[in-house]
Design a protein around this ligand. Structure first.
Ligand SMILES: Cc1cc2nc3c(=O)[nH]c(=O)nc-3n(C[C@H](O)[C@H](O)[C@H](O)COP(=O)(O)OP(=O)(O)OC[C@H]3O[C@@H](n4cnc5c(N)ncnc54)[C@H](O)[C@@H]3O)c2cc1C
Length: 481
């Protein structure tokens, strides 16, 4: 079994690292699907656009997803009707449908090789008690004018209590999409740097200085497309969201042209890619239930064949189920909080941000505005979010070795720091300081993926402390720097 995402098992082009001070008009921070969609949207913009990525393009959350491109997103429309109203739900539906159409058009126009396939998307329940949830979403979509079709079995022969499906949705290879779209987005005034981490941003009178790799980037406008931007601007978002973590496996299977998801505990989400069937499950709030081995075990129980790939991933869930896209302060923009539906929401973001960066009004801007009003729901969810973060902080400090590690890895104390030692199969010791460089939570070990993970905000580090996911801008090392 390979413990990497199936999408990351390809070779991709390398881009240079920033090695000098530069000046640009628009700086995009983050080379995931959000950053690259925006870089492409600005292709005809005559200003200089620079995208910087701290690792390699697409290797963050994007290439750890299941990569369904669909407007059937569990019971999102019922949730938006509850949190807001009918018009909000309808507008989200319209924005998502438009994004899917335009994304598919771009893939065709630019001949982007990304294994795009048209599939039917199912929303189903295995539990009699949740039939109403399915019925409600079905009736909202019918009301929006969508054609929906009922089913009592999924195409993979799983019998369900109730299901319906919609047509004209897609699946694709997210890393091929991002890297191939990036290639077509490079122009004489558009550039990409990899292995370039923005560590700090200073606001000057009418420009910013972003600091990366000991160099300065002077820019007029900044877009935070870095998934979890609160590290750079903690003060921007007092009300943010929480991390949801999920686990995915790929098994050898015959390709079936459908995708499916339920909205209950446990979640089972399915899609297919070439000769593999992907199953996602064991989703949980990243601040709780962080026994990764147990969570993988629950997923693996369903595998009747040998597992080819297994991995986990984090996404940001917002407090009112709408992404945050738009201006957060003068000349600074943000796109995040996709509630696990970033393949489409990142494309919506590229349309909105392109217009805002070019001084135009976008019809969806108000809906996704990061500074939208606070509702009672949000305040309630914020309370939960603060409590869960505090809980995981304390839990990681108090129950460290008792709960998660047993004997592997083991810990040593050095100069008042706790170091985690992992001995690999070649007898090589990998030692890291287990204090997260973000806000100091103790890291937990993920035995399956062999990573150190922060239970508070989801940063993930490899065995040698290199940050591969999450808000931390810093790698960790033996001395914790
Ligand atoms: C298990 C799971 C399954 C999912 N499946 C689906 C699905 O089927 N369909 C769907 O629509 N959505 C899905 N999603 C959601 C989707 O994957 C994400 O919403 C989306 O990929 C987020 O894209 P992004 O570009 O914002 O983030 P990322 O892909 O993480 O990109 C952000 C980039 O910014 C870089 N970065 C961070 N900080 C800095 C810095 N300081 N300087 C420079 N660069 C920086 C990172 O290295 C990273 O590459 C899923 C999510 C999960 C957790």
């Amino acid at each position: 079994m390979k413990t990497i995402p199936i999408w990351q098992d390809i070779k991709t082009k390398n881009y240079p690292k920033l090695t000098s001070d530069i000046e640009t008009d628009i700086l995009i921070i983050g080379g995931g699907i959000t950053g690259i969609n925006l870089l492409y949207a600005l292709k005809d913009d005559k200003r200089k656009v620079t995208l910087v990525e701290k690792n390699k393009l697409g290797m963050g959350v994007t290439s750890r997803s299941t990569a369904k491109i669909t407007f059937l997103q569990q019971n999102i429309y019922a949730k938006l009707m509850k949190n807001f109203n009918y018009d909000t739900a309808h507008m989200y539906y319209e924005a998502t449908k438009e994004a899917i159409k335009k994304m598919v058009d771009v893939i065709a126009k630019e001949k982007i090789k990304c294994d795009l396939e048209k599939v039917d998307s199912y929303f189903y329940t295995l539990n009699k008690k949740n039939i109403n949830k399915i019925n409600k979403e079905e009736s909202i979509l019918k009301d929006f004018g969508e054609d929906v079709y009922e089913a009592d079995t999924l195409p993979n022969k799983i019998k369900v209590k109730k299901a319906f499906y919609v047509k004209d949705t897609y699946v694709f290879h997210p890393l091929k999409y991002v890297t191939n779209l990036a290639k077509t987005s490079i122009t004489s005034n558009h550039e990409i740097y990899e292995n370039t981490t923005i560590e700090n941003i200073e606001e000057k009178e009418n420009y910013f200085i972003a600091y990366a790799n000991d160099h300065k980037i002077k820019c007029r406008k900044i877009v935070l497309a870095c998934h979890y931007p609160y590290f750079l601007f903690p003060y921007v978002f007092p009300i943010k969201g929480y991390i949801e973590k999920s686990y995915v496996m790929a098994l050898p299977k015959k390709n079936l042209l459908f995708s499916a998801i339920n909205d209950e505990n446990p979640i089972y989400s399915y899609r297919y890619y070439k000769k593999y069937g992907l199953t996602l499950s064991s989703s949980h709030n990243g601040s709780f239930n962080n026994n990764h081995e147990q969570n993988f075990a629950k997923l693996f129980k369903m595998a009747k064949d040998d597992i080819a790939y297994a991995w986990s991933n984090n996404d940001i869930i917002t407090l009112d189920n709408l992404p945050y896209i738009g201006k957060i302060m003068n000349n600074m923009y943000l796109a995040t909080g996709y509630n696990t539906w970033g393949m489409t929401s990142s494309f919506i973001a590229s349309l909105i941000l392109k217009d805002e960066l070019q001084g135009k009004t976008n019809k969806y801007a108000k809906l996704f505005a990061p500074k939208r009003n606070v509702t009672m729901d949000k305040i309630f969810n914020l309370g939960i979010s603060i409590c869960s973060n505090s809980y995981s902080y304390l839990d990681s400090k108090l129950n460290l070795s008792k709960k998660y590690y047993k004997n592997n890895p083991y810990f040593i104390k050095e100069h008042n720091s706790t170091l985690g030692v992992y001995v690999d199969e070649n007898n090589i010791k990998h030692i890291v300081n287990i204090k997260c460089p973000h806000l100091g939570c103790n890291l937990l070990f993920n035995k399956i993926e062999k990573t150190w993970e922060c239970p508070c905000h989801g940063s993930v580090f490899d065995l040698d402390g290199k940050c591969i996911l999450g808000p931390s801008n810093y790698d960790i090392s033996i001395d914790g720097n």
